[in-house]
Design a protein around this ligand. Structure first.
Ligand code: ZN
Length: 271
């Protein structure tokens, strides 16, 4: 297998993966979405809420606020030594919010949430939590825990995780009518028409929609759009909870663990 990084930044990773197949790509995609743990607020103790929003709605908004996650410092609640429903310092982070609108109406943002661990904080301090009118108050304590996306979307580490086939476009050399219909219709501007010839401008942008082939006045079209069966372009966009490369690493680790477990179960099955 060969991997080539196209783009990498704090929240986005785009790769070309060669010599892989659809089942593997799909397993990694699904595990990245549903199995890689992240931190999210799981319980909220409301101390004072004189806002117009009900406690449950505020708790729901807090739960869906992505938190920076340190996977190496915390245990999943079910796997922690404490085995306590309340959790311990190894499996739970306490966050507090104490906001009041003294001057007049104001918006309370995620940046006002105070965490006992400065590493486990909202990924952005500009997420609106609630709007308070004058003299309204919101005071609460929240407990964040590790969890998996398959149990609740708030624990999904990715806001987008998808792959597509690597496109292969063959441009006609001489059989073309020299119109520019294929280049004009492409929504991704993959093809360009210059010097009376069709040229591939941005191959990786192609999503194999085939509009260019259909727009060609020649039937069958000399323009050929195909895909490589064993090459893929994968895009992982993180919510900010974990770096995208860490999400992929954890996904491959989880896949390995699941296969090992499967192997052990087969061995344990009596003949
Ligand atoms: Zn614990």
């Amino acid at each position: 297998m060969k991997i080539e990084i196209l783009e990498k930044n704090d929240n986005n990773l785009r790769l070309i993966i060669r010599d892989a197949d659809v089942p593997l790509m799909n397993a990694l995609r699904r595990i990245a979405l549903a199995e890689v743990p992240t931190m999210a607020i799981e319980e909220v103790v409301m101390i004072e809420n004189s806002s117009i929003l009900q406690d449950e709605i505020i708790a729901h908004r807090l739960g869906l606020t992505p938190l920076k996650t340190d996977l190496d410092a915390y245990n999943l609640p079910g796997e922690c030594e404490c085995q306590s429903e309340f959790g311990c310092t190894q499996c739970r982070v306490t966050l507090t919010l104490d906001a009041e609108a003294k001057e007049g109406t104001r918006t309370v943002y995620s940046g006002e949430i105070v965490s006992e661990n400065p590493e486990i904080i909202p990924v952005s301090d500009k997420i609106p939590i609630i709007k308070l009118a004058k003299n309204q108050k919101l005071k609460l304590e929240a407990y964040a825990r590790l969890g998996r996306g398959k149990n609740h979307a708030k624990w999904q580490p990715t806001s987008m995780c998808a792959y597509k086939y690597y496109p292969k476009i063959t441009v006609p050399e001489d059989k073309c009518e020299d119109c520019s219909k294929c280049a004009d219709i492409c929504p991704k501007k993959v093809l360009a028409f210059k010097d009376e010839k069709v040229d591939v401008r941005d191959l990786l942008a192609c999503n194999l929609c085939m509009d260019c082939v259909e727009a060609c006045p020649k039937k069958p079209s000399p323009l050929r759009v195909e895909w490589e069966k064993n090459a893929f372009i994968m895009n992982i966009e993180s919510t900010g909870a974990l770096p995208p490369e860490r999400i992929l690493q954890e996904a491959t680790k989880t896949l390995g663990e699941q296969l090992n477990e499967f192997e052990e179960l087969i061995k344990a099955e009596p003949q």
